[in-house]
Design a protein around this ligand. Structure first.
Ligand code: HGY
Ligand code: MN
Ligand code: MN
Length: 412
């Protein structure tokens, strides 16, 4: 079946959804379980229902829209992504994956095509992990990595729990969030790196996703007056932290070529110009496609934290809050996506690549054959308001996704 999506309807939905939480600089601010995230969820539920999908919300707030096949005893093909965003993030990250799945449903309805297998479109909760860590939480519980009780107990910086916030916005569903039989899962996403844009390619056939580790760490020194306290009597938590920030950069420069390391969040207390920092809480994010390299980097930074604490005479804490191994996607799904890419953009229009960003597909890949389609991020920029992808590339990627899903769902 040759799937040709309705670009205009797809684009109108993209613009309408991104009006929610729109920022002045052209991005979106729709953090997990915020009022803007609720508004986006409400819009999705309406659109899913209007497209004739059976809508189910599970106990993690994951939203599923199911379209029956001719044989509903068969496991469904699932397609989706997420609509929560970074604080002041990009308009394409996650959204195009959910809306491309919905557009496929609308196109099948228009063409009165019934696939053999059911198709489910999904919008996962808390993919970004900026308000509630770790990230990919909704898909992680669905894949059996975390239990719902743990996930609901997670707190944001204001002490609000995930469960309370989910109930407050009315998205704690009855349906258990747990692994179930899926024929396969596909996700369309922006690359969020420079490769496709530099190679001037419209589509990426994703072979797998980097493994990664997230650490929450802290140094505890003693606050004191910045004036009369002599240097030899200081126990400065921020000086110890600055050693580790530099160490993360050094570690990322060793190991394998693809190892990346980031200290992205840092909280200084009391954070006052004339008080020696007493406590600093910070995060470390290491990623590589080689799991042993991530392991070695985590070990090494642990030692750096201890040494920095010793040098400065402060206490240290370090907890790994997330470790996700890299593993390749299923060949059958990679090849399905590749065939679809050849069909839509030709042999010279795509390339195979690996994802440095994490996705819900990481977890789906643990429970069913999984594949991803990438489209280029202009200048490789993402997780900021300037994130941008040419609409023609978004449409090309969505058509590749549609062909892959229809092939696997047995569409004639
Ligand atoms: O961290 C990630 O790569 C994803 O955006 N959650
Ligand atoms: Mn994303
Ligand atoms: Mn993201």
């Amino acid at each position: 079946m040759n799937v040709a999506l309705d670009d205009e309807r797809f684009r109108q939905r993209f613009e309408a959804l991104n009006e929610i939480g729109a920022t002045e600089r052209g991005g979106v601010n729709r953090p997990s379980l915020s009022a803007a995230n609720k508004e986006a969820r409400d819009k999705l539920v309406t659109w899913f229902a209007d497209a004739g999908l059976d809508v189910v919300v599970d106990e993690m707030g994951n939203i599923f829209g199911r379209r029956d096949g001719t044989d509903d005893s068969l496991a469904p093909v699932m397609v989706g992504s997420h609509v929560d965003s970074q604080y002041n993030g990009g308009r394409f990250d996650g959204v195009i994956g959910v809306l491309a799945g919905l557009e496929l449903i609308e196109t099948l309805n228009d063409r009165d095509v019934r696939t053999e297998r059911p198709i489910e479109v999904v919008s996962w909760s808390n993919e970004e992990g900026v308000r509630f860590q770790p990230d990919m939480l909704g898909s992680g519980v669905f894949a059996g990595r975390f239990d719902t009780e743990y996930a609901h107990s997670l707190e944001d910086k204001e002490g609000e729990t995930f469960g309370e916030e989910l109930r407050r916005i009315g998205y704690e569903g009855e349906t258990p969030c747990e692994p179930r039989s899926l024929h396969c899962y596909f996700e369309l996403h922006v690359e969020q790196g420079p490769y496709l844009d530099e190679a001037d390619l419209s589509v990426g056939v994703v072979e797998g996703v980097y493994g990664f580790s997230w650490l929450n760490a802290a140094f505890e020194g003693s606050a004191d007056h910045a004036g009369p306290t002599p240097m030899h009597l200081r126990y400065d938590a921020l000086v110890a932290t600055s050693d580790v920030v530099q160490a993360v950069r050094r570690i990322a420069g060793t190991g394998s070529e693809d190892l990346v390391g980031t200290v992205g969040s840092l909280d200084v207390r009391p954070n006052s110009i004339n008080v020696i920092p007493e406590r600093v809480e910070f995060t470390v994010d290491f990623r590589s496609y080689d799991n042993a390299v991530v392991e070695a980097a985590v070990e090494r930074v642990g030692r750096e934290i201890e040494w920095a604490a010793e040098r400065e005479g402060v206490e240290w804490e370090c907890e790994e809050i997330m470790r996700l191994d890299a593993d390749p996607f299923a060949d059958e799904c990679i090849e399905t996506v590749e065939r679809a890419a050849e069909r839509v953009v030709g042999e010279d229009g795509y390339a195979r690549l690996v994802s440095g960003a994490g996705h819900d597909a990481n977890y789906l890949n643990k429970i069913c054959p999984t594949g991803m389609v990438f489209v280029p991020s202009v200048d490789g920029i993402s997780h900021v308001e300037e994130e941008y992808t040419e609409w023609d590339d978004v449409v090309a990627g969505a058509n590749v996704l549609a062909h892959a899903v229809v092939e696997k769902a047995g569409g004639k």
